[in-house]
Ligand binder design. Structure first.
Ligand code: COA
Ligand code: MG
Length: 287
């Protein structure tokens, strides 16, 4: 299942305990927000953050930005109460941390089924444990699933790994599972939030792998992610030319066109149409 078809280029984490950040996000150019009650909030702030977030979701205006709430896991003292408090305001999605298998999602889906305000609330999964990565396919196929968020910091901790190269199998398994079920798949955070060049390079890598966007920790990262994961002018121009070339070939009774010395088949046209549709969705969101 996936119900959201808008862009997810930039997905900003906001600690649920920070009123200034919650307010600031109402005016930021992000496609989605993860309101965090889990690791960005210290244990002694958990309950105050939950109350602040529940109230904020009822009263604050986030426009077209997708509102995703990351609750604490159900194996903690806070998870069940977090869900009760935030689901009453009908967020777009609930993000469950440290998902190990499809049963974790099925349990959350059943809890949402019992909350009328959460009738249309979807589920996103943090993919950040070795077991969860190995069970990516069954997690993606679980009820109410809409998206994966790669939790690369937790994953590196559990793998005892360093660097992106060690992460590749995990990232690709998640992408495969997400695409098999038509879900959104968002890359992990770039921790050095003052290093624009490093962020740009990691965004480009994630985009080329097939991710829809990147999770972010600081407003200074938004523009770079939006630019990397949105189609460029060159990509749009090429997409239009590919569609035109294919139409022309088809009118001449050919099944295949040639453009700039490269073959254009109907599968390339499908990709070109996806890029144009993405640009339209971005324009709708920004307009
Ligand atoms: N979302 C919204 N606004 C944010 C923000 C965020 N994630 N991070 C910072 N801001 C705001 C600040 O409130 C500040 O606003 P103002 O100047 O208009 O009052 C402005 O952006 C500049 O912040 P800055 O002083 O540069 O950052 P900081 O030193 O206060 O905080 C971090 C740096 C990393 C602690 C902070 O960005 C943060 O908490 N990020 C989220 C971490 C998180 O959620 N982690 C969990 C998932 S990995
Ligand atoms: Mg984590």
């Amino acid at each position: 299942m996936q119900t959201y078809s808008g862009p997810c280029r930039s997905v900003l984490y906001i600690p649920g305990s920070k009123p200034r950040a919650l307010e600031k996000a109402q005016g930021l150019a992000v496609d989605a927000i993860i309101f965090d009650l889990e690791d960005a909030v210290s244990p002694d702030e958990k309950i105050a953050a939950r109350d602040l977030l529940a109230e904020t979701l009822k009263t604050a205006e986030y426009g077209p930005r997708r509102r995703i709430v990351r609750i604490n896991g159900f194996d903690t003292d806070w998870g069940a109460e977090d869900l009760k408090a935030v689901a009453a305001s009908g967020p777009d999605a609930v993000l469950l941390p440290k998902v190990d298998g499809g049963a974790d999602i099925a349990k959350l889906a059943e809890m949402l089924d019992a909350i009328p305000a959460a009738k249309d609330t979807t589920i996103w999964a943090m993919m950040e444990t070795p077991r969860g990565i190995l069970n990516a396919a069954e997690i993606a196929a679980a009820p109410r699933m809409e998206g994966f968020v790669l939790g690369t910091n937790d994953l590196a901790k559990d793998l005892r790994s360093t660097g992106r190269a060690a992460m590749m199998t995990s990232l690709q398994l998640c992408l495969l599972a997400a695409r098999a079920e038509g879900l959104i798949c968002v890359d992990g955070v770039y921790n050095a939030f003052k290093d624009d060049e490093g962020l740009r390079a990691e965004c480009a890598e994630g985009r080329d792998m097939g991710f829809d966007g990147k999770t972010l920790i600081h407003p200074a990262q938004i523009e770079i992610a939006n630019a990397a994961f949105g189609p460029s002018e060159e990509e749009l121009a090429l997409a239009r030319r590919q569609i035109a070339a294919f139409e022309e070939a088809k009118a001449a009774g050919q099944g295949v066109a040639v453009l700039d010395g490269k073959i254009v088949e109907n599968l390339h046209v499908a990709s070109a149409q996806r890029i144009l549709a993405q640009a339209e969705a971005i324009a709708r969101l920004e307009g």
